[in-house]
Design a protein around this ligand. Structure first.
Ligand SMILES: Cc1cc2nc3c(=O)[nH]c(=O)nc-3n(C[C@H](O)[C@H](O)[C@H](O)COP(=O)(O)O)c2cc1C
Length: 353
C-alpha cells in the first residue's frame, strides 16, 4: 500500500485491506454480505448481532444468522447479551461453527437490549463487562474483539477506560463508533476519541461512523492513526466503497462503477435473496434495501416508488430492466439530482431481537 495505512492482524488473522463491513441488524445478513464482499475491498465481515439468549436455546433464527460463506473469511460472529454464562456458551458455539473471530456488541442503543444490560448497557456496568470478557476468553481459542460506542451519554464518555479494560481482558481488536448511546445516530461521530483510544492501547483499533467516501476514509486514517475502519451505512449507498478506498490506499484511481455494474448489483441481490428465502420475503428485502443502491442516480426516487409497488419477482425484474434502459438511453449523465439525496437509515432498534 502506498499510504501509511497497512493491513493489520487480529491475533494471527490478517485484515487486508483494513476495512470491515460493519454489522447492521436486518441488513448485513448472509445475502447482503455476499453481495458487498463480491464487489471487493472488504477485509472482514461480521454477522448481524445475535442474541445469546436465542443462540443458547438453539433458536432456528440464531442458527440462520450464523451462516456464512467460505469466501467471506475472515468472518466474525457478533453476539449480544448480559448473562455471563450464556455469553461464554454462545462464544463457544460461534467457534464451533467455524467463525474466525468472536465479537461482543457493546454499542447497541435499543432500549429492549439495553434494559436487559446488553449492548451499550455494558458501557454502564464495567464489572459485568470485565466478567463477561474474561469468561469468554476462557471458553474460546479464536480471537475475541469488542465493538463499543464512545460512552453511555455525553457525561459518561468512557471509551479509553473501556478500551484499556478490554485489552487487559485479552480482547484483540477494538472497534469504536464515536457516538454515545444517548446520541443514537444523531450528530456526527467523534473521531478524536478514536485517536485517543488508539494512543491508549496497543491492540489494533478501528474507527467507525459516517464514512461514506474515499476522502473521508483517508482523512480519518490520517487524523487518528487508526488501524482499520468499519463502514456500515455507506455500504448500502455505495457497494463499491470498500474497493474504492482500497484502490486509493494502494495508489490507484478509485474504481468508478458503470450503469451496468449498478444494474448487476440489483439483479444479483435479488438472485441471492431468492435463493435464500421465499419470494414474498425476498421482495420485502429488495424493497427495503435495493432503493439504497440507486441513491444518487437520476430518477432514483421514482424508481424506488415502482420497486415499492412491485408485487412479484417478475415485476421487480421488469422494473429494474426498464429503469436502467431509460437511464442508458439518457446517456452519460445518469447522476444525481438534489431531490434524490439522502434518506434516513434506521438503526438496530428497528429489528426485533
Ligand atoms: C440498520 C442498522 C443496524 C445496526 N445493527 C448493528 C448491529 O447489529 N451490531 C452493531 O455492532 N452495530 C450495529 N449498527 C451500528 C453500525 O454497525 C455502525 O456502528 C453505525 O451505523 C455507524 O457506522 P456507519 O456510519 O458507517 O453506518 C447498526 C446500524 C444500522 C444503521
Amino acid at each position: 500500500m502506498t499510504s501509511k495505512v497497512k493491513p493489520f492482524f487480529i491475533g494471527d488473522i490478517k485484515i487486508d485491506p483494513p476495512l470491515t463491513l460493519s454489522p447492521m441488524a436486518g441488513v448485513t445478513d448472509f445475502t447482503f454480505r455476499r453481495l458487498i464482499k463480491k464487489r471487493g475491498g472488504v477485509g472482514m465481515t461480521v454477522s448481524e448481532f445475535i442474541s445469546v439468549e436465542g443462540m443458547t436455546r438453539n433458536s432456528p433464527q440464531s442458527k440462520r444468522m450464523m451462516r456464512f460463506l467460505e469466501e467471506e473469511r475472515p468472518f466474525a460472529v457478533q453476539i449480544f447479551g448480559a448473562n455471563t454464562k450464556r455469553m461464554a456458551m454462545a462464544a463457544e458455539m460461534a467457534e464451533g461453527i467455524g467463525a474466525d473471530i468472536l465479537d461482543v456488541n457493546c454499542g447497541c442503543p435499543a432500549p429492549k437490549v439495553v434494559k436487559k444490560g446488553g449492548g451499550s448497557g455494558l458501557l454502564n456496568n464495567l464489572p459485568l463487562l470485565e466478567e463477561i470478557l474474561k469468561e469468554i476468553k476462557k471458553a474460546i481459542t479464536i480471537p475475541l474483539t469488542l465493538k463499543i460506542r464512545s460512552g453511555y451519554s455525553d457525561s459518561d464518555i468512557n471509551s479509553v477506560e473501556v478500551a484499556k479494560l478490554a485489552e487487559q481482558c485479552g480482547v484483540e481488536h477494538l472497534a469504536l463508533h464515536g457516538r454515545t448511546r444517548e446520541q443514537r445516530y444523531a450528530g456526527l461521530a467523534d473521531w478524536d476519541l478514536v485517536r485517543q483510544v488508539k494512543e491508549a492501547v496497543s491492540i489494533p483499533v478501528s474507527g467507525n461512523g459516517d464514512v461514506t467516501s474515499v476522502e473521508t476514509a483517508l482523512a480519518r486514517f490520517k487524523e487518528t492513526d487508526c488501524d482499520g475502519i468499519l463502514i456500515g451505512r455507506g455500504a448500502m449507498q455505495n457497494p463499491w466503497l470498500f474497493r474504492q478506498i482500497q484502490d486509493a490506499l494502494e495508489g490507484r484511481e478509485p474504481y468508478v462503477p458503470t450503469l451496468d455494474d449498478k444494474q448487476e448489483v440489483l439483479l444479483e441481490f435479488f438472485e441471492y435473496l431468492s435463493e435464500d428465502m421465499p419470494e414474498l420475503a425476498a421482495l420485502g428485502k429488495m424493497k427495503q434495501l435495493a432503493g439504497q443502491f440507486t441513491k444518487g442516480l437520476r430518477g432514483g426516487a421514482k424508481f424506488r416508488q415502482t420497486l415499492f409497488h412491485s408485487q412479484s419477482a417478475e415485476e421487480i425484474l421488469e422494473n429494474i430492466g426498464n429503469y436502467f434502459e431509460t437511464l442508458s438511453s439518457e446517456g452519460a449523465d445518469a447522476n444525481e439530482t438534489a431531490e434524490d439525496s439522502v434518506e434516513t437509515l434506521d438503526s438496530c432498534e428497528a429489528v426485533s431481537v
